[in-house]
Design a binder for this molecule. Sequence first.
Ligand code: PBG
Length: 338
Amino acid sequence: MGKSEKQPAGPFPTTRLRRLRYHPAVRRLVQETRLDPAQMILPLFVRSGRNVRLPINSMPGHFQLSPDQLTAEIQEVQELGLGGILLFGIPDTKDATGSDSYSDQGIVQQAIAEAKKASPELLVITDVCFCEYTDHGHCGVINDRTGRVDVDNDATLELIANQALSHARAGADMVAPSGMMDGMVGAIRTRLDAAGYAHLPIMSYAAKYASAFYGPFREAAESTPQFGDRRSYQMDPAADPQQALREVELDLAEGADIIMVKPALAYLDIIRTVRDHFPGVPVAAYNVSGEFSMVKAAAQRGWIDERAVALESLLALRRAGASILLTYWAKQAAGWLA
Ligand code: PBG
């Protein structure tokens, strides 16, 4: 007895962490991380036509939609209280410079107009890139100036700025450049400001990795590169994580308002690092197509509980420091959380 009295109060049995877990209401009370549909963005794929609703095989529940189909989609998105939509366009014709992407009559421009007509309040974000619009499938114009066939960074910037401005004119509320060109944020910022769109925020795909997790997206957006890959512009997954900070730092200096990390689940360390280094900067995580399709496929086989896994994954992104989640589960998640 005497001996045990002298011992400092041990962690156990005085401390029992299970006390905070024994009752569902106690667990709920001490939850630190919550999911909110208002922070979720739904990516949508738009192609020309009327009454088109083409299922994307590798992404069950997702479709290539014609612009007229957006009205119903947007009503649903609003009823569910989602944060907004991210538009991708699939043009009828592709060419060397992806000219549909910066045409005021382009597919995405039509989609923006349709979306804003359906609901002026809903946040419409556009992906600003070229891979869906070029015949070669790369994220900019190609040349061989450097002795190897590659995307020409500086020649692409001019077209990126044109594309972003055209989206703004069509009514986009925010632009999201995803091409990983150096200087892309600055080029867009300068062009938008000069044209009277100084108020329009830029969400930059700042730390975007050359990832195999984009596989299903390339079917969805018909944007597979016809030769080579994207490793000369997207980040190397094996690069020093500090490189992600440099990307973010530069984008912020060029005027980015929101910073994105992509993909999400295999890059939780990057999300956390960015969050810690740039307090006050909203961080978005793109839970990409492959991350979605893997769970869908396993769930179809009865190997995994889709709802539980999806919500746990999204929660992990919030816990890692992302406040905005771009996810193909946005509608389902909102339903599950209701
Ligand atoms: C490029 C872009 C891609 C994705 C979003 N924007 C594809 C790529 O870089 O090859 C991928 C999104 C996903 O996989 O869900 N426009």
